[in-house]
Each structure stands twice: as C-alpha cells, then as structure tokens.
Design a protein around this ligand. Structure first.
Ligand code: 16G
Ligand code: MG
Length: 545
C-alpha cells in the first residue's frame, strides 16, 4: 500500500539508533532529547492509528515536564482529553523499540490486532513546550502523522493541559469549549470573574499573587492570559524564561522536593506565591512568615481547600452528590485524617501517576484528585453537572440554594477536567480564597503536616520490588514489608512505604512521623532495609544527621 511505502521512506529520515530501548513510562517517553527523534516520528504514526481506531482527534504533546532542559519527551492524549489507555501504552513501547527494518511489521501487527480500518480519516493535535529541542521533535511527530495520511493541527507552544483541553473540545464538538487557546482563556477567565463577584471587599493586596513560571511554557501562557483577567487578579511573574534556564532551581518540583523558594523570586512576608512545573500541569503554593520562615502548601492542602469549598456549596445548595478526594500513598497522613475525620469526605488512595487518580475520581459524582506534588483537578459526573444546572435554572429555588448552584456552575467552568492544570487550579484557588476571605496563613493552618522525608535507594534491579494496596505495601522481596512494619512501630505516628520509581532507575522511600528527626531516622532505616533486602548498589545509605 502507498501508505506503508510512505512510512518506509519517511522513517528513513527519522532512524532509530540500533539497540536503543525506551519505555512509555508513567507519563510517556522521557529522556535526553538527542535520543528521541525516531520516537517522535513513531508516536506520530501511533497517534494516527489511535485516531483511526477511535474515529476521534488524538493529542501528542512534546514535553519533558519538570526534567532538565536537555531532556524531552512525548505523551499521547485520548479523545476525552485523558491519558492514552494502557493497552496503547504497550503498543507505544513496541513501536518505539522495533529496529528500523522491523518498523512496518510492528505497525502492521498493531493494525491487525486492533482491526483498524486504514481508510478511516485521522486527526492529530500536536503541542510543544519551550525546550529548544521541541521545535524539531514536534516536527518529527507531524511527519509521522502525515506519513500515514493523517490530518494534523500544530498548536505550537501550549501547556500540556491546554493541549488536553483542545482535544476534548474538538471531540465534544465544542460542547466542552472552543478548541483554541483564546477560547480556553475566555472560558476559564469568565468563570473566574463570575466567581470573584462573590468576594466581598477584596483589596488590591488580596488580589495579588506571585507566580514562578519555572522558565517554561506556563510563564508565557500566564502572560498571554492576563488581559482576560480584567484586573481581578494581579500577577507578578518570576522565572518567566527571559533569562533563567527551564526548571533550574525553580518550578513546582524544585520547591516541593527542596522545601524552599525558587531562586529569582521576590517574597514579601505573608504574600501568596505559587510555582508551576515545566509544562504547567502542576502547582504548589507557599509563603514566608514574618520571621522569614518558608511554608509550603502542596497538593494535599489544595485538595483540602477545594473539597471543603465544594462540600460547603453542596450543603448550601441542598444537593445530594457524593464527593470524594483521591490521593496517593504520598499524601500527608494529617491531610487524610483531616479529610476523613473532620471534613467527613470519602478518601480513596490510588497508585502514583495522574492516570490512576483520574480513573479513581471518575467513580464519584464529584472526584477531587491531587498528588502531594501538586498534580490534580476535579471531575464532575454528567449527572452532577446536570443537577447543578437544573438547580441554577430553577425559579422555585430559594436565594441561598440558587447562589450556591451558580457558584458551583462557575466552579465547573473554571476547572480543566481533562487533566491537572496549573493555570486552572491557580484560578480556582484564588477564587476560593477571595470568596472565603481567607489568607494563605489561614489556609495553611487548616491542618498541620506531619514531618516527612523522601529518599532514593539505588538497587541493581528495581523490579524486584513489587507492591500492593496502591503501593502502600511491598509483597516482594521477601521480608522487606515485615522489616518496614517493625521499623514503623518504633516511631510515634510513624508511616513508611517503598516503591520502585516509574520515571527514574531508583527505589523511592517515604516516611513520616511525629517529629522531623523521627521521620528522617525512619526514612534512613527503611532505606537500609531496602538496600540490604532488595539488592542495593553503591555505598550503604548514610544517616541524614
Ligand atoms: C510522573 C507523573 C506524576 C507522578 C510521577 C511519579 C503524570 C502526568 N506524571 O511525573 O503524576 O507523580 O511520575 O514519579 O502522570 P516516580 O514514579 O518517579 O516517583
Ligand atoms: Mg508536568
């Protein structure tokens, strides 16, 4: 077939280095940009097949998120804006690793297995972040799409969540919104402005927020959006990419892991600050108190603020909708206790990685999901959205119920339900704080985080660690979980788990306890157990103090 001849011809221009093996990981392929040209071309091919199979538009985003500037990566987006389904992640890995001469056979195997009608039209949306390598790599994706005769639309520089949003808009025939960056700003900002009309006496100071753009795409897009905010939010942008290096000593990952402010940011005491990551799908907040001490408000604090707000509105609206918060094993124990015991909301634990949380959150009328690292959003079921709308339009409803329904409606609109979105989350958080007249200190003091520590251990093969119970318990190697259990018992409020990383060749260790010293000691002792029982390499982990 002519299509396959074209693939053969084009693929020669994007050759695979022989022997190179890469995996479609937790969030797509991610490695040094120099190794990715053939991967991009092939993901263009795969996105086209996926589009033919689903008879819908598929997205391909070129980014390596919070990784260093030298890296890059690609993730595929399914029709409703969600992460591509696991079977196709498997195909992605197969296609990526087929040697040059086997590429056509690998492609045909997928076509056959999925019974894809090759005469079906295909459409792929492509986006990229600000890395210099993204220019040629996104071109390689486009080449892959055209080699298989697919149509493509190049959105150029967009955040990851913006691309997810475009795909969903397109496949819902505009029901979710207009599939343009301008349409995205309009929808989110209009909802934000409507929400903030419910804030009384908001001073200019309270409307101010400092944003660390991680020297990436988020900075560019925030700037683009600003005029739509009609001065209801005053943003001071730092690390906007004009001088600094992407993700270098800045961005959400740096701030969360280092527990300190990004470089290049001016922090006045008590003022709200936030950081995006390199592709703007993560956000964390923080502030410095009057003694200059740094306080972090992570994804758990965000989930708590949002779910409290939603629960209050549901009560005011008199709507009987089930609301749940989905977290991972990394959620601070204090946040889980607060949500379950004080807020009385359902809490679920999912495996690390947005796709797992997203999936779990779909089970509820309203599913708020956040990873502690700042990745998250809120999902509303169709039934929930309909009930909210009915009430908002019900002329018999009393003023309080109606007001709550309208607030819920605008909340739905300010949220990007396709995937966690730093810009959308930021607007929602800012609106909630304004409506509640809440300072960042008050938000921070809702509950007190348990001191915690994360460590990495190098082992010869991290696959020897297998976990269960949403990664909270290890089932292999033998004896490891028992060792962890014994260590945990030594510390008041102790909790610890180990899991193999999905993005790095290490085993991750998490520990929390009543004091920082205990959390550090527990993390170290568990690291030693991993080192001894799971084939540690290099020197033994050293105590932190
Ligand atoms: C990826 C995931 C993130 C997760 C992290 C865990 C997405 C879009 N990103 O970055 O959610 O927290 O991996 O990394 O799903 P780890 O497996 O190395 O700990
Ligand atoms: Mg990211």
């Amino acid at each position: 077939m002519a299509q396959f001849q074209e693939v053969s011809k084009q693929s020669a221009l994007h050759p695979k280095p022989a022997g190179l093996v890469l995996q479609y990981g937790t969030a797509g392929f991610r490695t040094n940009a120099k190794l990715l040209d053939h991967i991009m071309f092939r993901m263009g091919l795969l996105a086209t097949l996926r589009s033919k199979k689903t008879k819908a538009t598929i997205g391909a985003m070129v980014t390596a998120s919070h990784n260093p500037e030298e890296d890059n990566g690609v993730k595929l987006v399914d029709p409703m804006g969600e992460m591509v389904t696991p079977t196709w992640e498997g195909y992605a890995t197969q296609l990526a690793n087929a040697e040059q001469e086997d590429l056509l056979a690998a492609l045909k195997a997928i076509i056959e297995k999925e019974a894809i009608n090759m005469s079906q039209e295909a459409s792929v949306f492509v986006g990229k972040d600000t890395r210099s390598s993204s220019v040629s790599l996104s071109k390689a994706v486009l080449d892959g799409v055209s080699a298989l005769g697919g149509q493509s639309k190049d959105y150029g520089l967009v955040t990851t969540p913006q691309l997810h949003y475009m795909v969903c808009c397109q496949n819902t025939q505009g029901q979710y919104g207009e599939a343009t960056v301008e349409g995205y700003y309009k929808k989110l900002c209009q909802a934000f402005i409507q929400l903030t009309k419910n804030a009384s006496n908001c001073t200019d100071d309270q409307k101010h927020l400092s944003v660390d753009g991680a020297n990436g795409i988020g900075a560019l897009k925030v700037r683009e959006m600003e005029s739509h905010l009609k001065k209801e939010l005053h943003l001071s942008l730092f690390n906007d990419g004009s001088t600094g290096k992407l993700n270098h000593q800045c961005g959400a990952d740096f701030v969360k892991v280092q527990q300190k402010p990004p470089t290049g940011m001016k922090m006045n005491s008590g003022e709200r600050c936030c950081s995006f990551d390199g592709d703007a799908d993560r956000i964390v907040y923080y502030y410095a108190d009057s003694e200059g001490q740094f306080h972090l408000l992570d994804g758990d604090k965000v989930a708590t603020l949002i779910s409290t707000f939603l629960k209050e509105l549901l009560t005011q609206a008199g709507l009987d909708l089930e609301i749940a918060v989905v977290q991972t094993a990394y959620a601070n124990g204090s946040s889980t206790n607060y949500l379950e015991d004080t807020m009385k909301v359902i809490v679920r634990c999912a495996k690390t990685g947005v796709k797992h949380l997203h999936h779990a959150a779909k089970e509820f009328d309203i599913g708020v999901y956040f990873e502690a690292n700042g990745h998250g959003t809120v999902l509303f079921s169709k039934a929930a959205e309909e009930k909210i709308q009915q009430l908002a339009e019900d002329s018999n409803a009393n003023d309080e119920r109606k007001r709550a329904a309208l607030l819920l409606q605008n909340t739905v609109d300010v949220i990007n339900q396709t995937v966690g979105d730093a810009i959308s989350d930021m607007l929602l958080i800012e609106a909630i704080l304004a409506i509640k007249g809440m300072t960042i200190q008050q938000w921070h003091s809702i509950y007190k985080d348990l001191p915690n520590r994360q460590l990495k251990v190098k082992v010869s093969d991290r696959r020897v660690i297998d976990t269960t119970d949403e990664e909270r318990r290890a089932v292999s190697p033998a004896g490891l979980q028992e060792a962890v259990d014994t260590l945990v018992k030594k510390y008041s409020q102790g909790r610890s788990f180990v899991r193999p990383s999905g993005t790095e060749d290490v085993v991750r260790v998490y520990a929390e306890a009543e004091t920082q010293e205990s959390a550090d000691a527990l993390a170290h002792e568990v690291s030693l157990a991993v080192y001894r029982l799971a084939g540690g390499v290099g020197g033994e982990p050293k105590p932190l103090h």
